[in-house]
Design a protein around this ligand. Sequence first.
Ligand code: HEM
Length: 407
Amino acid sequence: MTAVTDPVPTYPMTRGCPFDPPAELARIRDDECPAEPGVARVRIWDGSTPWLVTRYDDVRAALADERLSADADRDGYPAASRSRRVRSRGRRRSFIMMDGPEHARHRRMLIGEFTVRRIERLRPLVEQTVTALLDAMEAGENPTDLVQAFALPLPSLVICHLLGVPYADHAFFEAQSRIMVDLTSGAEASAAASDALQDYLAGLVRERLDEPRDDVLGGMAARVAAGDLTVDEASASALLLLVAGHETTANMIALGTLTLLHHPDQLAVVRDGDAAQVRAAVEELLRVLTVTHVGRRRVATEGLEIGEVTIRAGEGVVLAAEAANRDPRQWPHPDEVDVTRGTNRHVAFGFGVHQCLGQPLARLELQIAYPALLRRFPGLRVTVPDSEIPFRDDMAVYGVHALPVAF
Ligand code: HEM
């Protein structure tokens, strides 16, 4: 008997090089011959076959299209894993999975906390935190794990400060968060982690009902007291901010540093460059690394065209930002890291109504972290070959689980 091969590729695909998206994505994006250029059916973990969209213009247009819903409870929504499907139900739903006025209502309540101007006020705190972490690293063991020594605690400390979450609890919330973004977690374990975190955050909101405080959770408590929000809604938003606020940035710091170590000429620009050069370098690293690497997930609420494909109501759509950010129609030599490109039109933070709320904070942290680390330790080097680095293919946010470095 001959084995029947599935003509529909499985998504996510396997990476060849740990620094590049899977080659199969580029093949779909750049093949001009098929009837549906840049768009293809893919098979995901549950056997369903949503559409995969890979070209920059199509991904951007689709992210801005209100006929594509982010509501994971709708039939046809192509969840990233079994645990993510279960977790999206009921009280655990945060506004990243809402549409229209409901999404806008929740996002509006937080938008004032994340404006560029508001986040700029955190600059001294971020700088002091970076200095303290680098001091501790210098005084500590050498070699060390850059993730534990620097990349993870920085965004964790900063998001704790902003929300009003005690950093003393970081081992607890980082562990729960890791289970939540692990694509291989069992559904029950993932739901339990999400519940534990949400209960914990609901407790902190309730504390502020009795004792108001000037932090993001305090602002949420004030809205609960005013009857504008329930404690469950507040804690679901808080959970989103806490998880999104540290997992993503931590991985950008570690994977970005590793990438720069592989490109000494580019590293020198970041280490010695002025603020504008560092800003441009951060945008380039966001583009090439696109750590949210398993596509933005949506489902069509009515028929629409993407590229030359007609998507029917109820069909799932995966918007592969990781492929769009390497689209040669948008960037010359898109697979090359060039920190002097000076473009921030990437979709690493998404686009449209769900565009990353925390991007000013992520940018501030990255713009301070990379040059400070590289200036403090001019001899920074990775102590193992790439083949021994545990890359996060198993997680919804790509990066490295650990990065052994000497300095
Ligand atoms: C380098 C770091 C980061 C990256 C690459 C990143 C990426 C993203 C992406 C791609 C989306 C869009 C999701 C979608 O369209 O389905 C998103 C949304 C979001 N991000 Fe980030 N993010 C980062 C840092 C942060 C930080 C630091 C915070 C919070 C402090 C944050 C909070 C959020 C929130 C709340 C949303 C949902 C927005 C909405 O649905 O309206 N992110 N992020």
